[in-house]
Design a protein around this ligand. Structure first.
Ligand SMILES: Nc1ncnc2c1ncn2[C@@H]1O[C@H](COP(=O)(O)OP(=O)(O)OP(=O)(O)O)[C@@H](O)[C@H]1O
Ligand SMILES: [Mg+2]
Length: 338
């Protein structure tokens, strides 16, 4: 009996699923909306509720800085996304999942990711784990088995995963706890403390994306929030410089961490990386301005990709399709943890 194969990248912002039978990739927000313990909405439906519901409905992501914070909610959202991808729980229809996980987490944390699949109720035997930096190198089309030094920075929503790959293996990988969502949080914080304005996370996301993608420096960005002094809704005009400062603040922290990693690599490898450039992936790197800040902060040319948030799922799809890459995916056997 042939099995159905799926690639899975559980991002803190978006879950990406590759469906082998159709070759399609679907995206679903990694959010769960709850009223006390009851689930109100999942995925994109929970995202739609953001900023539209009262405080007694909490909307959150069950991953925290790249690792699982709430196992049962991760399982619930993943099941939801897989059902949307057409994945079946029927016994006669076995599934094999290829799950991308951060490299720089403990074996126990990797096992937690694996256990979501094995306990999901989808008839899934022999599911596999792929270290995300390897999936990304393959997704970028890098000849990573021959590479003498490839630096990849995955600029995600909650984390930045920075990895150096050499001769087919991961030499260093670090999960930096800063990402695109931190820009939203600093925007919210500065408006609250300096402007006495409370805005929602979704409004901060809109302000950030408006700054990064619309480049209308001469026009303020309009937003709506609650005036904390008067307790009433207020329309506000946000200056571009204010947004720029928050972006630079977060990217500087990311650059500082990248530079610490670069400082520790052998000189020969560093010179290869300097020549090749730093490969940027992850949704935040869709902005050329962000790429320019990384370039300035690290002194290394930044290479960007279209649809950068899909690099890792595209790598998983290549691993699923190309037998010569099958050794890049491995099973976590129970015995490894005994
Ligand atoms: N055009 C754009 N310019 C800048 N940022 C963008 C753009 N489009 C999306 N983003 C940001 O990309 C982020 C999502 O990227 P991505 O899908 O790589 O994250 P993730 O994989 O879900 O998160 P993580 O890897 O941290 O778990 C969002 O926070 C969003 O704000
Ligand atoms: Mg990601």
């Amino acid at each position: 009996m042939s099995s159905n194969k799926y690639g899975l990248d559980l991002g803190s912002d978006t879950i990406k699923v590759y469906i082998r039978s159709t070759g399609a990739v679907i995206k679903e927000k990694n959010l769960i909306a709850k009223k006390r313990k009851d689930i109100v909405a999942l995925g994109d439906d929970a995202d739609f509720l953001m900023g539209k519901v009262s405080d007694n409905i909490s909307i959150s992501c069950p991953l925290r800085k790249g690792v699982i914070a709430d196992l049962s909610s991760v399982g619930t959202i993943m099941t939801h996304a897989l059902k949307k991808a057409g994945c079946s729980k029927k016994l006669l229809s076995p599934n094999v999942f290829y799950l991308a996980v951060p490299s720089a987490i403990t074996e126990v944390e990797k096992r937690a990711f694996h256990s979501i699949i094995s306990e999901s109720g989808f008839n899934s035997k022999n599911s596999k784990i792929v270290e995300r930096p390897i999936a990304e190198a393959i997704g970028l089309g890098i000849d990573f088995k021959e590479s003498k030094g490839t630096l990849i920075a995955d600029l995600g929503a909650e984390t930045t995963e920075v990895s150096v790959i050499s001769m087919g293996g991961i030499m260093i990988s670090r999960l930096i706890p800063y990402g695109s969502n931190d820009i939203n949080r600093t925007i919210m914080e500065v408006l609250r403390t300096k402007d006495h304005l409370r805005i929602g996370f979704r409004s901060a996301e809109e302000i950030k994306l408006s700054f990064l993608n619309q480049h209308k420096e001469d026009e303020d960005i309009i937003t709506y929030g609650i005036d904390l002094l008067k307790g009433i809704p207020r329309k506000a005009y946000i200056d571009h410089n204010l947004v720029d400062r928050q972006i630079q603040f977060v990217i500087k922290r990311i650059n500082d961490e990248i530079n610490k990693i670069i400082d520790g690599i052998p000189a020969e490898m560093y010179s290869v990386i300097r020549t090749n450039g730093i490969h940027l992936t992850g949704g935040l790197s869709a902005s050329p301005y962000i790429a320019s800040l990384i370039e300035k902060g690290t002194g290394i040319k930044a290479l960007t990709k279209e649809s950068p948030e899909l690099v890792s799922i595209n790598g998983l799809s290549k691993i699923i399709e190309d037998k010569s890459l099958s050794s890049m995916a491995f099973t976590i056997s129970e015995s490894e943890f005994e």
